[in-house]
Design a protein around this ligand. Sequence first.
Ligand code: DAH
Length: 339
Amino acid sequence: MIEKIHHLLKEISEVTAHNREEVEQLRLKYLSKRGLVSVLFDDFRSVPAENKRQVGQQLNELKNRVQEKIDSLKATFETTDEKPPQPSDLTRPVSGVPGTRHPLSIVRNQIIDIFGRIGYSVTVGPEIEDDWHNFSALNFPPEHPARDMQDTFFIARDPEILLRTHTSSVQIRTMEQNQPPIRMIFPGMVFRNEAISARAHCIFHQVEGLYIDKDVSFADLKQTLMYFAKEMFGEKTKIRLRPSYFPFTEPSGEMDVSCNICGGVGCNICKHTGWVEILGCGMVDPSVLENCGIDSKIYTGFAFGMGIERITMLKYQIRDLRLFFENDVRFLKQFTGAL
Ligand code: DAH
């Protein structure tokens, strides 16, 4: 037995391989179930008790040597003739988000999250709209001067097809397809033919909100908007509702929040008034409900719409709207948001 072990020790020290396959052959020859070393372990059972200690030590030594030799031969071929192993799924996203999110996406996601906590789900609609969804169903009759408030881009000179001027069009699509209760928000991009400046752009983003059910009142609207303002701008934020006009709501209002830059004392962002307007809102006009097949004798509801750019500018004290569209990395890399 001892002789056999010595023989194998010598053999293994001299053995060599030229590629991975030969290494595998060696492993099978020595270490597989029927391999030379394993067979010796089987024979070990019949070694007389008084020799077991000595033989056992040598046998273990042999096994370790063989294993080491095979491991080291394997390692040589892994680094030379083998390509590095490919990750199993090349389409898998890298861990973590490379870069940072766009500030408008951060704020949009925050708005979705804030309303999500009080039961609002998210729906989106098309950016290319027809006259009915963008205007007529919302109580803008043809030739109505309110249409001029929203300088519209028409598609291919067709007055029926246009780029939506607001996300209110998604209210109509939603009410046409769903009966109350409806509690949804609609984020999206909108388009108006405006000259680009620090305060206006021809492309911007809105989030629209809609809540229709039995017994929904203006008090519900006010409470919902107050909750939103405090979640978005901080617990100390105050709100103020001013009467306004929109064709699709009656009564209509505009909501201001206390300026979070000067704390309401007055600065050039709030034009020294202490207040900044952030959204339009109101009780959905009964004829809009009827236009969408909802019985206005049973149901009431409120709607609101806000500009994401405006809210982001206030939140991060950004003074020029054009920065959102230029994608200058020096601007973008300042925003790190979890959402
Ligand atoms: N669609 C309006 C705009 O773009 C904003 C708005 C006002 C939306 C009042 C509403 C609302 O839902 O109730 O100027």
